[in-house]
Design a binder for this molecule. Sequence first.
Ligand SMILES: [Zn+2]
Length: 322
Amino acid sequence: METDEIQSAPLSCIACGDTHLANAFTARDIHQRSFRFLTCPQCDTLQIESVNEELLQYAYAESYYGGSDTKFKWPFSSLFDLGKQLAARKTSKLMPDKQVPILDVGCGKGDFLDKLQKLGHTHLYGNDIEKPARLPSHIQWVSGAFPRLEATGDQQFGLITLTHVFEHIPQPVKAIEQLYQLSASGGLVQLSQPNIRSRQAQQYQEAWLHLDPPRHLHLIPSGQLKKMFSEVGFELVSETYKAPLYNPFGYLQSWLNRRIAQRDLLYEFLKKGGQVKSLKQFFQLVFSFLYAGISFPFYFILDRSEARKGISGTVEFVFRKS
Ligand SMILES: [Zn+2]
């Protein structure tokens, strides 16, 4: 990944360019390494202090999650899969013409595109930092670290999806320009990201689950993001805040993070390969599960009212190239 442009001093806001950044807080990652976050007084974007090659390599090293998968243990895997299935149906409705080329940026192993294929879509393209060992044959691979894609030629897409990916991209302004170039006339971009203006973000700050240090490099507020897309030539189609898969768990894990020193303990345990490392952790997990069982229905209901006000944990936009 080329990050040379964003290392230059003085440090400025990654979203609006303002140079008067203020300290927000220091957050620890799951390995107890500390990262400083800065906030922009102009546009309220939160960004990690220094993005460089070392940081990106550290964040995406195979060993980061102890070799565990990003998939979840059963039955959470089934629940997550169901969520993806519903998300794919929603995305599919945006594109009634199933021949229209769709690009999924940050496609991982191609699970989401696979679901779109089962819904009848025929021209599917995937991009991620690394090509997975096994990619379904109906997915065409686009290599390169977004926004620097290789060999796309003059291929343009009717729909580009970025599901919780944008906040991982070191150069958001360039990324939006690239999205414009890659979009066909009237093409759509569907983007979801954590909502920095959410009540859970404000309440839990450095302990917020969706901060995910150091992988989330920036969290740009909805207003500023819409401005950035509009400046490049996109118009807003929709903006939604309801996400029962992400938002209630955001509250739950953040509350636990304030009480258990090991960040995201429950979340990491729910992943495949997540293990209990000590008796203390065992009891912390029992506590976490008990709290989850009691609080989840409450957070689920809370999310519905917060979503209506635009203050729930995550946001999804659809933009159209005008
Ligand atoms: Zn700013």
